[in-house]
Design a protein around this ligand. Structure first.
Ligand SMILES: C[S@@+](CC[C@H](N)C(=O)[O-])C[C@H]1O[C@@H](n2cnc3c(N)ncnc32)[C@H](O)[C@@H]1O
Length: 245
């Protein structure tokens, strides 16, 4: 890939990511979009559960395997180093789009707080969750996270520097604010259906395992004592809940 093509590829990927991110909010929140977590034709519950678990597994496998340093080393022999992050983001979008398209609704309610004060508070929390996700990406390094820094440096015949250890903003309160935001957004449903509950339970389990057992292992290998000390001092997901582990 030439430098200009890599740059265009990264920019197009970023635009696809923005649209996918906005659709994710609407999908989980049942807002304005033709297909959301609780909309569509309902099939047999057992079949729906199997399909939904398969879709979430595809996402989990893509997200976990492609993020590992060993995979990246092999992958970068095939694609340019500068396009690695954009490719990761693009494949993440594909995995998410598969969920949006093929997700099977299971609309029986587990709780229904619609038109109550509690429901309004939960709706507000939903937006707070997404705001935490988005703002945390800027605290860590939004443009590195989504590959723009890498493709821009490459265009200028440079190599982007890795952000290094970060402990700013929400990262002072918890080690994984982006995931805290997702957890809030996924659970804060004024009307919680069986399908949405399945989504929230599986994604919560995946986030805990992927972050504590995979991402942190890589972060310790990359950042050493800085991250080990950070882990001792700062809790993983909930401010004030445990002093790290
Ligand atoms: C999708 S972000 C998620 C970050 C974090 N788990 C969170 O939930 O806010 C994943 C990237 O963040 C990086 N990362 C996570 N914590 C970091 C820290 N304290 N300092 C620098 N980079 C970090 C990882 O190396 C990885 O490239």
């Amino acid at each position: 890939m030439g430098r200009s093509i890599t740059f265009i590829y990264g920019v197009v990927t970023y635009v696809i990511f923005l649209v996918t991110f906005l659709y994710s909010i609407a999908f989980v929140g049942n807002l304005l979009v033709p297909k959301s977590i609780d909309s569509g034709t309902q099939g047999p519950v057992a079949v729906s559960i199997v399909i939904n678990l398969a879709l979430l597994s595809v996402f989990a496998l893509q997200h976990s395997i492609m993020a590992r340093p060993a995979f990246k080393r092999i992958w970068m022999k095939i694609i340019p180093r500068a396009a690695e992050r954009s490719t990761y983001i693009l494949t993440t979008c594909v995995a998410l789009i598969l969920i949006f398209v093929f997700w099977q609704p299971i609309p029986m309610p587990v709780w229904n707080l619609a038109n109550t004060l509690a429901g309004s508070v939960v709706s507000l929390l939903f937006w707070v969750g997404w705001l935490i996700v988005l703002s945390s990406t800027f605290m860590i390094d939004h443009f590195d996270l989504f590959g723009l820094k890498q493709i821009y440096a490459n265009l200028r015949t440079r190599q982007a520097t890795r952000p290094g250890f970060i402990k700013v903003g929400l990262y002072r309160l918890v080690r994984h604010p982006i995931m805290t935001g997702f957890l809030i957004a996924f659970w804060a449903a004024p009307v919680m259906t069986i399908g949405h509950l399945l989504f929230a339970v599986v994604t919560t389990g995946y986030i805990i395992i992927a972050v504590l057992h995979l991402e942190e292992k890589d972060l310790i290998a990359e950042m050493g004592d800085d991250y080990l000390e950070y882990r001792r001092e700062v809790p993983a997901f909930v401010p004030g809940f445990g002093r790290g582990q």
